[in-house]
Design a protein around this ligand. Structure first.
Ligand code: UGA
Length: 486
C-alpha cells in the first residue's frame, strides 16, 4: 500500500489528507504551525468545512491519518508527497512561492528512497519546471525524485465531496511512472467515473488558473449585464436563467450580485495577469483587468447606495445591519470577502455596523474588530436604518420579515446577492432593493378579457403592482402607461 504525506495542512491540505485516508492510504500530514498540527492530530478542524470534521476525526482515531511538524519524518515515511502549501499574493499580485521552496528544502535532502512529489498548490505556469531544477540540486545521491502537478479544483463548502468525487483529474507528468502512481492514488474516483486529463507540467498549471479566471469572468460578465439591466429596466436574474438554458453557456456562476471574493478567484486572476506580463503576453489577458474592475465596482456600488440611504435618514449615528461576513455560504473564510469589505468601508465612513454570520464571526472579528458582531440575525438588525444581505446563507431565506420589521429602525433592505424572495419582505412593508433585478409585488392576472357569466368576478386587491423598489424602471413606466391607456 502506498504511503502518502501531505505537506501544508491548511484548508486544501487538511481536506486532501483526510480524503487520502478515506481512499484507503496511510497518511501523514505535516505543517510548520505546531498549533495547527496539534489541533488536527487531536481530530479538530480549525476552520468551517461541512463533513470534514467527521471524516478527519474518524481517520485520526483509526490511526490511518496522523499529523506532525517534521518534514524529515515525512521524507522517511512516504512514497508520494503532496505539496499543499499556500501561494499567497506577493509583489504586484504575483504569487509568492517561498512556502513551496522551503517545503522542498526541508523534504528533499532527507529522502531515503525514490519517490514522487505532487504539486497541488495553485502556481504560475513555469513553476513546476523551476521546482524540478531545485529538486535535482537537493536530492541525495542515487535517489530518483519525480515531480508531477495535480491541481486542486475543490470548492470551499463542498471540499470533501470535491476531493472524493472530483469532476476531473488533471495529471501533469513527465514520466509514465508518475502517471501510474497517480492512477493508483485516485483509482477509486477513476473507477467511479472521474475523467482524467494527462498532460505536461505547464498545461496542468495553466488549467487551474484558467479555470478560476474563467469562473471570475463569468461572474463579472453577468454583473456587467446587471449594470445594463438597471439602466434599461431589464431583469438580470431572468436574463441569466434564459442564458443558462443554453447548455453551451450553463446557469452556474451567473449569479449576479456583490461579486466574487475568497482566497482563490481574486488572487489567481491577478497572479495570471502578473505572469502573463512576465511572459510578454500582457495583452492576451488584458480583459482580466476589466473582470477585476467590474467585480470591485459591485462593492463600491453597495457602499455608495447604502451611504446615500443612511445619510437621507438624517440620523447622527446611522446604523447598518449586515447579514453575512464570509466570502460565500458554508464557509467561515473571510479572505477578500466582499461582505466584510463592504462592512469595513461603511464603518470607515462613520456608520455603526453590526454583522451576523452563521459561521464566520470569529475569523471576521480577528481581521475587523471595529465592527459589532451579534449572535443572531435579529440582533444585527436591531435599530438598523438599512439592512444589507451580503452572503447568501440559506438560513437568511427563512428569516421572518414581519418580525424583523419591528426590530429595524428603517425599513430598507438591499439584497446584494439576489437570492431572497422579495414577496414576503414587500408584504411586510419593507422597501426591498436589488441590483439589476426587477422587484415588484406578484400580481394575479388582471382579467383583461371577459369571463363567462357563470364565473363570479371578485375584486382583486393585489392586482395593483407595488411601486418598483429599484429605480422605477422603463418597464414599470410602460406598464402604467398601458394601464392608463387601456
Ligand atoms: C474556487 C473555484 O470554484 C474552485 O474550483 C477552486 O478549486 C478554488 O477556487 C481554488 O482555487 O482553490 P472557492 O474559492 O471555494 O472555489 O469559491 P467559488 O465557489 O468559486 O466562489 C467564489 C466567489 O464567487 C464567492 O465569493 C461567490 O460568492 C462568488 N460567486 C459565485 C458569485 O458572485 N456568483 C456566482 O454565480 C458564483
Amino acid at each position: 500500500m502506498l504511503r502518502i504525506s501531505v505537506i501544508g495542512t491548511g484548508y486544501l491540505g487538511a481536506t486532501h489528507a483526510a480524503g487520502m485516508a478515506e481512499l484507503g492510504f496511510e497518511v501523514l500530514g505535516v505543517d510548520n504551525d505546531p498549533a495547527k498540527a496539534a489541533a488536527l492530530a487531536a481530530g479538530r478542524v480549525p476552520f468551517h468545512e461541512p463533513e470534514l470534521p467527521e471524516l478527519l476525526a474518524g481517520h485520526v482515531h483509526s490511526g490511518r491519518l496522523r499529523f506532525g511538524t517534521s518534514l524529515v519524518e515525512a521524507a522517511r515515511f512516504a512514497d508520494i508527497h503532496f505539496l499543499c502549501v499556500g501561494t499567497p499574493p506577493g509583489r504586484n499580485g504575483a504569487a509568492d512561492l517561498s512556502q513551496l521552496y522551503s517545503a522542498l528544502e526541508g523534504l528533499v535532502p532527507h529522502l531515503t528512497r525514490n519517490c514522487l512529489i505532487v504539486g497541488k498548490s495553485t502556481v504560475p505556469v513555469g513553476t513546476a519546471e523551476a521546482l524540478t531544477a531545485r529538486i535535482a540540486e537537493l536530492a541525495p545521491q542515487g535517489i530518483s525524485v519525480d515531480l508531477a502537478w495535480n491541481p486542486e479544483f475543490l470548492r470551499e463548502g463542498h471540499a470533501v465531496f470535491d476531493t472524493l468525487h472530483p469532476n476531473r483529474l488533471v495529471f501533469g507528468v513527465t514520466t509514465p511512472d508518475a502517471e501510474w502512481a497517480l492512477r493508483q492514488v485516485y483509482s477509486t474516483p477513476i473507477a467511479d467515473g472521474s475523467p482524467v486529463v494527462v498532460t505536461n507540467l505547464p498545461t496542468a498549471e495553466l488549467i487551474k488558473v484558467s479555470a478560476n479566471a474563467f469562473l471570475a469572468t463569468k461572474i463579472s460578465f453577468i454583473n456587467a449585464m446587471a449594470e445594463l439591466c438597471e439602466l434599461t429596466g431589464a431583469d438580470v436574474t431572468l436574463l441569466a436563467d434564459a442564458l443558462g438554458h443554453d447548455d453551451r453557456i450553463g446557469r452556474k456562476f451567473l449569479g449576479a450580485g456583490l461579486g466574487y471574493g475568497g482566497g482563490c478567484l481574486p488572487k489567481d486572476i491577478r497572479a495570471l495577469i502578473a505572469r502573463a506580463g512576465e511572459l510578454g503576453a500582457g495583452e492576451a489577458v488584458e480583459f482580466l483587468r476589466d473582470v477585476d474592475t467590474v467585480n470591485q465596482r459591485r462593492r463600491e456600488r453597495v457602499v455608495r447606495d447604502t451611504l446615500n440611504l443612511v445619510r437621507a435618514t438624517g440620523n447622527a449615528r446611522p446604523r447598518v445591519g449586515i447579514l453575512g461576513a464570509a466570502f460565500k455560504p458554508l464557509s467561515d473564510d473571510v479572505r477578500d470577502s466582499p461582505a466584510l469589505d463592504v462592512a469595513k468601508r461603511l464603518h470607515s465612513a462613520g456608520v455603526e455596523v453590526s454583522v451576523y454570520d452563521p459561521a464566520a464571526t470569529n475569523p471576521a472579528r480577528a481581521v475587523a474588530p471595529q465592527l459589532i458582531y451579534t449572535a443572531t440575525a435579529a440582533a444585527a438588525l436591531h435599530e438598523a436604518d438599512v439592512v444589507l444581505h451580503l452572503t447568501e446563507w440559506s438560513e437568511f431565506r427563512d428569516l421572518d420579515p414581519v418580525f424583523l420589521r419591528t426590530v429595524a429602525r428603517g425599513g430598507v433592505i438591499i439584497d446584494a446577492r439576489n437570492t431572497l424572495d422579495p414577496e414576503p419582505w414587500l408584504a411586510a412593508g419593507w422597501d426591498f432593493r436589488a441590483f439589476g433585478r426587477l422587484v415588484e409585488r406578484r400580481t394575479t392576472p388582471s382579467l383583461a378579457f371577459p369571463l363567462p357569466d357563470s364565473v363570479p368576478v371578485q375584486p382583486n386587491p393585489a392586482s395593483e403592482p407595488a411601486r418598483a423598489l429599484v429605480t422605477p424602471s422603463p418597464l414599470t413606466r410602460l406598464r402604467s402607461r398601458v394601464r392608463r391607456t387601456a
